[in-house]
Design a protein around this ligand. Structure first.
Ligand SMILES: O=C(O)CCC(=O)C(=O)O
Ligand SMILES: [Fe+2]
Length: 322
């Protein structure tokens, strides 16, 4: 893997923060009929620095049974991670999804303990230049009933920039972008693996962190009889910081579980929000239906960051002039 850093860049960008944010917002925007509101492009100043990723070479972590990780600390230059975090938190739209699951004759309501959103479509389809869904292979319009329960959304430019860089430096391809927002230490994701069949065998998943530092815990799955994990495998704790990226690949998803546990607030922490972005590749229609069901949901309530209230609040539509 080649090391591309700002070293090769002619002079470090010394853009004043105010100037950087205003140029960010004056750039182009991504629009689509499925978006509740348009999403600005990153803007040149942030985009230029993001282009010089990864900031550091990856550490390979494969010294345990079935584990294969690349750990970039960081992947994104530290000079822009705060701005990038603020940008993504304030410009994306989120959902707080709840759904019912049936266990035997009991129905349980699950409230996802974090904000989520998702963009992308599986390998059967793609978005053409005008934003319409077409057959990936033939570029002809897809049958109207291909997606019965969701309306796939194209990955907006500000996230697609990151997707392309990630593809370039990992050699993997991605068609989905899932975003989690953990508003504080009470938001979490419990132990799971991303090993759904719609991802195909041994999927590679790239996972970015922005904002508050959180622990990423991993442990080997028990064997089929529920017996202890293979001898020699020890639980792992990666303290994910803003700008870090973990690539999980090979046999990792089929054999290991991962989580972001709840954590107590440390005193003096001013901003405890964290954004996680994962890039994945779904192979079939069922993957698209699944991702929109669990990351957008069906209650229609859109959340947007309110910078005055410093909170993710239900979005009531654009304020109209009186
Ligand atoms: O927030 C993270 O770092 C992990 C998120 C995750 O595991 C997932 O979305 O499947
Ligand atoms: Fe996961």
């Amino acid at each position: 893997m080649s090391k591309r850093t700002l070293d090769g860049f002619l002079g470090r960008p010394t853009v004043a923060k105010k100037q950087r944010l205003s140029s960010t917002l004056s750039g182009n925007i991504s629009t689509h009929p499925t978006y509740p509101f348009p999403i600005p492009h990153l803007g040149q100043e942030l985009g230029d620095v993001v282009a010089f990723s990864p900031a550091e070479d990856a550490r390979v972590i494969n010294d345990q049974p079935d584990l294969d990780l690349l750990y970039f600390q960081p992947f994104i230059q530290k000079t822009i991670v705060d701005d990038l975090f603020q940008f993504l938190r304030s410009q994306l739209f989120f959902y707080r999804v709840s759904y019912k699951i049936k266990r035997g004759s009991f129905e349980t309501q699950i409230n996802t303990p974090r904000f989520t959103t998702v963009f992308g479509v599986d390998e059967s389809s793609r978005f053409n230049e005008t934003g319409d869904l077409v057959e990936n292979a033939t570029k002809k319009p897809i049958p109207k009933d291909r997606y019965k329960n969701c309306q796939p959304r194209p990955i907006p430019d500000c996230l697609d920039v990151l997707r392309k860089i990630t593809e370039g430096c990992t050699g993997n391809r991605f068609n989905f972008c899932l975003v989690n927002y953990y508003k504080d230490g009470a938001d979490s994701i419990s132990y799971h693996s991303d090993d759904e069949r719609f991802l195909g065998p041994d999927p590679a998943i790239a996972s970015f962190s922005f904002g508050a530092k959180r622990d990423f815990l991993m442990k080997h799955k028990p064997d089929k009889d529920g017996a202890a994990v293979p001898p020699g495998s020890k639980p792992l704790k990666l303290p994910l910081d803003s700008g870090d990226m973990v690539l999980m690949r090979g046999r990792t998803q089929s054999n290991w579980l991962h989580s972001i546990p709840k954590r107590a607030l440390k005193s003096g922490e001013s901003d405890k929000g964290r954004i996680n972005i994962t890039f994945r590749r779904a192979m079939v229609v069922g993957g698209t239906e699944n991702y929109y069901r669990y990351n957008v949901g069906s209650d229609g309530v859109v959340f947007k960051w309110d910078d005055a209230k410093k909170d993710m609040l239900p979005w009531k539509g654009d304020e109209k002039d009186p």
